[in-house]
Design a protein around this ligand. Structure first.
Ligand SMILES: *Cc1c(COP(=O)(O)O)cnc(C)c1O
Length: 485
């Protein structure tokens, strides 16, 4: 295999590191519960929440942090969340029922996303705040509240299609939300239905890493809030959605080297770095690099709470250039956020057992088959390239290039398309731990294809210097002795 090994080592916080340092426990868990197995660390969620709260404190802002439920189906995470002061953002009837059942009271729940009548009814019945996508949904909710004599519904208006006149920053198009250019008609409808709808504020969620785009959207929201006030409405909050991101990799240098080498491999300057020469969106057209790299920026030093801090410090170009936080504070608006991935940073890992190790062509990568399918470890599906950790680590020898295959009878069932370097030759029975999978990479795509099991979940926590665990569904904040704080 030509060239130096290219590593993409995962960033491991103290809790994940400590769990990975207990190979006997991880083997006992997979012996008992099977492979793949997801392990959830609920206490990490509370730590991540504190980091977001610290940013609110720095900027003297009030408002709520809502976990975007869709990122993970775990009950342990929701129940641990219920033991904090945070809220949850639900996007289906099932998620709403789950949140209510975990102990989150309606004042701590926001309902977003596409909604069916049942979801809308239960949200209105329980007085959950509803983030309205369209005029049509607003009318539908108003009719529902009147028809069923429900309490006046608390609503946010989700907006999209923001733009600035001066700076040429356009926010990307979204399938969700009402274009800001149509907000006047939306506000007319709010006024018309004032007897059944209580306007809490406006909202956006943009699936982008761009701070500039998000700043434009937040400025746009502030302008619409002003318009509301000039109409005599009394909005009090702006919900800026999620998308604060996660820094997955320990070493920015490794990321730089990998992406540079990938470009060279696609151009044929060096041997392929992937199964079948896959280019992650890049391609070689007669010696010219084309396409765009379809990967998550896995090394992202400014992610999570730090990203929020940067956004709040960002000058509002169209509103006098003062920081966005200062404008929020001046109007005493609550700032609501809905992080999914970022709140679940370091909150879990996925364990997979090695079933088979096969030599391929001389010096080529080994074919390693895992007791898991690609959908159980959806890192690559989300464009996240990150090395698994071999458990036990063993004594390091020369690095061993491998291709990681899943257990489906399907050519495309690759856990990674990338050639991964392991610190020693793996053997059947070893575990490969994929770190930091709690956000979207555990159960979002998991299926029971071919009657293969979907991964069960265990919740684990530290108590008196040692690890304890239970099945995810058995976890309640009373489970750890002394209760969760
Ligand atoms: C998915 C989603 C989020 C969470 O996004 P992350 O990128 O995981 O932070 C928040 N709000 C809404 C409306 C969403 O659809």
């Amino acid at each position: 295999m030509g060239g130096q090994p290219l590593y993409l080592a995962p960033r491991l916080g103290p809790r994940l590191r400590s769990l990975l340092d207990t190979p006997e426990l991880l083997h006992t868990l997979t012996d008992a519960l099977g492979s793949p197995l997801n392990v959830i660390l609920p206490d990490q969620l509370a730590d991540n929440l504190r980091q977001f709260r610290a940013v609110y404190d720095t900027h003297h802002l009030s408002g709520q942090v809502f976990l975007a439920h869709k990122a993970n189906r775990s009950s342990a995470l929701l129940r641990r969340l219920a033991a904090t002061d945070a809220g949850v953002d639900v996007a289906s009837l099932g998620e709403l029922q789950h949140a209510l059942g975990a102990g989150l009271t309606p004042d701590r729940i926001t309902a977003t996303g596409p909604k069916n009548p049942e979801f809308l009814w239960l949200a209105a019945r329980t007085s959950v705040t509803v983030s309205l996508d369209t005029r049509g949904e607003l009318e539908q909710l108003a009719t529902l509240v009147r028809g069923h004599a429900l309490p006046r519904a608390r609503v946010l208006l989700r907006l999209s299609g923001f733009e600035t006149s001066g700076v040429r920053v356009l926010t990307r198009r979204s399938r969700f939300g009402t274009p800001v250019a149509e907000s006047a008609a939306l506000l007319d409808a709010v006024e018309r239905h004032a007897d059944v709808l209580d306007l809490v504020g406006v909202a956006y969620h943009l699936d982008t890493t761009s701070l500039a785009e998000k700043a434009v959207a937040l400025e746009g929201c502030l302008r619409v809030l002003e318009e509301c006030r000039s109409r005599g409405l009394r909005p009090r909050a702006v919900d800026i959605g999620g998308g604060f991101g996660v820094n997955y990799l320990a070493d920015g240098g490794q990321w730089e080297r990998y992406t540079t080498a990938l470009t060279e491999a696609v151009l044929g300057i060096r041997p392929p770095l992937t199964h079948g020469g896959h280019g992650y969106g890049l391609r070689n057209e007669s010696g010219t690099l084309r396409g765009t790299l379809g990967l998550y920026p896995a090394h992202r030093p400014i992610a999570g709470a730090r990203y929020l801090d940067e956004l709040l410090s960002h000058p509002a170009a169209s509103l006098g250039g003062r920081p966005l936080a200062a404008l929020l504070l001046e109007h005493l608006y609550d700032l609501h956020i809905e992080p999914g991935r970022a709140l679940l940073d370091q909150c879990g890992l996925t364990l997979t057992r090695v079933l088979e190790v096969r030599d391929q062509e001389a010096d080529g990568p080994l074919a390693v088959r895992l007791a898991a399918k690609a959908d159980d470890v959806a890192l690559e599906d989300h464009g996240v390239l990150m090395d698994p950790v071999l458990v036990p680590e063993g004594s390091p020898g020369p690095p061993v290039p491998v291709h990681l295959f899943g257990n489906l009878c399907l050519e495309s069932d690759l856990i990674t398309r990338r050639t991964v370097f392991l610190p020693r030759r793996p053997a059947p029975g070893d575990l490969l731990a994929f770190a930091n999978t709690a956000g979207y990479c555990m159960d979002f795509h998991a299926t029971r294809a071919q009657h293969q099991p979907a991964a069960p979940k265990a919740a684990a926590w530290q108590e008196g210097g040692r690890w304890r665990w239970c099945l995810d569904d058995q976890y309640w904040p009373t489970t750890p002795v002394g209760g969760a704080q």
